[in-house]
Design a protein around this ligand. Structure first.
Ligand code: DX5
Ligand code: ZN
Length: 228
């Protein structure tokens, strides 16, 4: 399987979202950070913007919900047009029911872990998920430094996915750049969110190509990716 590069529009110009979506041709998904100023200390955008952006771009939307009460809100993001919806397990009252509801509505179901949340208690939930997001910064803001102490968790998560013979994608988000993407790929990540590293670049589409080339070079040699 090839790597997937998901530019985060948090680092884009919010006044020109449709144009900024087109600036990353070649991206697999557009990563859309929804923040409610409760789960994280920042406020971004919600359902109307997701719906409008989905209509304005051909690139599928990967919605990362950093919000309280995802049990109530996440299904509405599927209805708004998101093809992948990520909720935080720390905020979900019933993660299994929620993942099933997202899938039943026709989107990919994904669950995120903040840096201090371990994967081990959720091993049995993995078959309910299409993707697991290991945060590599504290959620809330773009442009933060990559937490390399998360690399062991990425490795353990990849091992659990393999142990159960699952096709769950493993996403990393936060501080992913030319200097950190290779460590993530080596540890077992296959979906890479990059905000400032893409939209802060002179040529965002070229930044996507370069990140992909780096990830794929590492993945083609990584033991975890054999037969992947
Ligand atoms: C942070 C968001 C990220 C953010 C990443 O809470 O979830 O998606 O946009 O930005 P960079 O890549 O700049 O760390
Ligand atoms: Zn995100």
């Amino acid at each position: 399987m090839r790597s997937q590069i998901n530019p985060s529009i948090l680092s884009a110009d919010f006044a020109r979202l449709a144009e900024q979506a087109e600036a990353v041709t070649g991206a697999d998904w557009l990563h859309v950070d929804v923040m409610d100023n409760h789960f994280v200390p920042n406020l971004t955008l919600g359902l109307p913007v997701v719906e409008a952006l989905g209509k304005a771009t051909g690139t599928p939307l990967d919605c990362h919900l950093m919000i309280e009460d995802p049990d109530r809100w996440a299904p509405q993001y599927v209805e708004a047009g998101a093809e992948s919806v990520t909720f935080h397990v720390e905020a979900a009252a019933a993660p299994v029911r929620l993942a099933r509801e997202i899938r039943a509505k026709g989107a990919r179901a994904s669950m995120a872990l903040k840096p201090a949340t371990p994967i081990e208690p959720y091993e049995d939930l993995l078959p309910e998920l299409d993707m697991l997001l290991v945060m590599t910064v504290e959620p809330g803001f773009g442009g933060q430094a990559f937490l390399d102490i998360m690399l062991p968790k990425i490795r353990r998560t990849r091992e659990l996915i393999a142990k159960h013979g699952l096709e769950v994608w493993l996403q990393v988000d936060g501080g992913v750049s030319a200097s950190t993407i290779e460590q993530c790929a080596e540890a077992g990540a296959d979906v890479f969110v990059a905000g400032s590293a893409v939209y802060g670049a002179q040529d965002p589409a070229e930044a996507v190509r370069q990140l992909r080339a780096q990830a794929e070079t590492v993945m083609s040699a990584a033991a975890w990716a054999c037969g992947h």
